[in-house]
Design a protein around this ligand. Sequence first.
Ligand code: HEC
Length: 160
Amino acid sequence: MSFLLKRILIFVIGLAAIIISLLYFLNPNKKESDNIEITNIEIDEKLISQINLGKSLYVTHCASCHGNNLQGQPNWSTKKDKDGHNLSPPLNGTGHTWHHSQEQLFNIIRYGFKIYNENYDGKMQGNDKLNDDDIWSILAYMKSVWPESIQKKYDTITKH
Ligand code: HEC
């Protein structure tokens, strides 16, 4: 075999090796990326079923005051109800719900406003029939209807 032929052969083999490894790494069907996709789908499915559970619990326990679409009562920020209590605020991201941390919202839902004000006698009483998972599901449902910009902000702002 001539020297030139050898060089060409080595070059071709090298090129083939590069192409094969490129094809391997860029191949969208390869095993690893399959696994990543499956994991994402599993997370999404978990979240979706959590949101669905939260929605049905919300309808049973909360919608009578906060509205079927989390919209709150009309004029909630300016008017009072006939007992002189605050009206139910929206939970859909248009009110100030998202200024509270997850833990505070959890506590409000579980124990009512009296957890922060022992003299509280308004309408937001606790829900001792809901277990922890129920409450996190309701929170997941509430967050899922917040505008995307608020959802993003929620993870970074300082809450009070
Ligand atoms: C009997 C009516 C009533 C029911 C039922 C009710 N709420 Fe409320 N909720 C209120 C009122 C009124 C407020 C405002 C509290 C206040 O200022 O007195 C409130 C406040 C809240 C807040 C704080 C919102 C904010 O922006 O600060 C959250 C969160 C909340 N409710 C969630 C829920 C969830 C979840 C349920 C169902 C598990 C529920 N509420 C059931 C009347 C109700």
